[in-house]
Design a protein around this ligand. Structure first.
Ligand code: PMP
Length: 385
């Protein structure tokens, strides 16, 4: 049987994040700090816009790339808010950032091409690259405070490097790349045919004034691909809406993958996404900021070290001193303390755990208290050994 399927599927891994969440589900009363999902509901005006579209019979085929009004609204949003210079035909409305990532990788990679992925990283990148018969090159950034040093980048670059994936703010660390990190990338790729994929899905959840995306390096316009999502800033994970933005010539080709697989995203959601773009997510952002500050304070009191997140809704402390690998630690926390976190190995970073501030403040308070008690016991046991 094995031989009949696409070989690439046999080296694919299922997301361990869902596995650990499922394990937590088997322990009654376990608090889940695992999922990268806002605990908010989609804002009412966005929901109303979808209902109105349905009542208005907007239920037919639409243009492949999305309705022109939405693509215009996305281009305006990118151009006014983030200093871009996109035209509507350079925008493709996708099934979440996930489809945008798939199209971006599938559209640029040939078998054997290499993609540099700074780790810790969202697990999907590596898996999609492998499905494309290309080679993920994971770059360990933990020793550089999750930033991109010139030396590490240089070591990872080869004549086969086709693309670099940048995710800022980062899942799972919450780190935002400094201007220096981005300049290092620019210096290295500016005269090479290397694509830069900017997964900026947490861009609207940033807690620093000093945020820059690599998309700002407009001299490399033809090599830049922007991956965006409605999921995180507008609490729309279940709608599965996102977009890809790229230079016209690149988009003309990449759009075909969407045409041949998805045709278009759902018609009634087009207007809802237009409504979302005019929604101000600052209230949610402030809530996540407060949760981040709370979580960081509690971790500090437990004696765990971390790089303070500047965006997204995760904190990624080091747990090396607890003497267990991250999967074993996460399993024991679920079984013995009834609190679930995501082990760092899921993101290519052993010795860390990810705590999601997408959980409510109540769950964070109780979950962290359980964790604190367990860690205290663990340290006592270790000191007696
Ligand atoms: N990129 C990153 C960094 C993410 O964390 C996620 C979702 N967890 C995605 C992309 C996919 O988002 P979407 O729901 O839009 O497919």
């Amino acid at each position: 049987m094995k031989a009949y399927l696409n070989e690439a599927l046999y080296s694919s891994r299922r997301s361990a994040i869902r596995e650990f969440t499922a394990l937590a589900g088997t322990v009654p009363g376990c608090i889940k700090l695992t999922l990268g999902e806002p605990d908010f509901d989609t804002p009412e005006p966005v929901r109303e816009a979808a209902k109105a579209a349905l009542d208005n019979h907007e239920t037919h085929y639409i243009p492949n790339q999305g309705i022109p009004e939405l693509r215009r609204a996305i281009a305006d949003f990118e151009n006014h808010s983030y200093g871009m210079d996109f035209q509507p035909e350079e925008i493709l409305v996708t099934v979440g950032a996930t489809e945008a990532l798939f199209i971006a990788f599938f559209g640029i990679l040939n078998p054997g091409d290499e993609v540099i992925i700074p780790a810790p990283a969202f697990v999907l990148y590596e898996e999609i690259v492998k499905l494309c018969r290309a080679v993920p090159v994971l770059l360990d950034t933990s020793k550089d405070g999750f930033q991109l040093s010139r030396e590490t980048l240089e070591q990872a670059m080869t004549p086969r490097t086709k693309a670099i994936l940048l995710n800022s703010p980062n899942n799972p660390t919450g780190c935002v790349y400094t201007r220096e990190s981005l300049d290092n990338v620019h210096e290295l790729v500016k005269d090479k045919p290397v694509f830069i994929l900017c997964d900026d899905v947490y861009r609207q959840l940033v807690y620093t004034e000093d945020y820059h995306s690599f998309m700002e390096y407009r001299d490399l316009r033809k090599q830049l691909l922007l991956i965006q999502s409605f999921s995180k800033p507008y609490a729309m994970t279940g709608w599965r809406m996102g977009y890809l933005a790229a230079d016209r010539e690149v988009m003309e080709r990449l759009e075909l993958i969407h045409q041949f697989s998805v045709v278009s995203t759902p018609a009634p959601f087009q207007k809802a996404c237009m409504e979302a773009l005019s929604w101000d997510p600052s209230e949610m952002r402030e809530t996540y900021r407060k949760r981040r500050d709370y979580v960081c304070g509690r971790l500090k009191a437990m004696g765990l070290s971390y790089v303070k997140p500047q965006g997204a809704f995760y904190v990624f402390p080091s747990v090396k001193e607890l003497g267990l690998d991250s999967a074993e630690l996460a399993r024991r926390l679920i079984r013995e303390a009834k609190v679930a976190v995501t082990p760092g190995f899921c993101f290519g970073a052993e010795g860390f755990i990810r705590i999601s501030c997408g959980a409510s403040m109540e769950d964070l308070e109780e979950g962290l208290s359980r964790m604190e008690r367990w860690i205290r016991n663990r340290k006592e046991t270790m000191s007696h050994d």
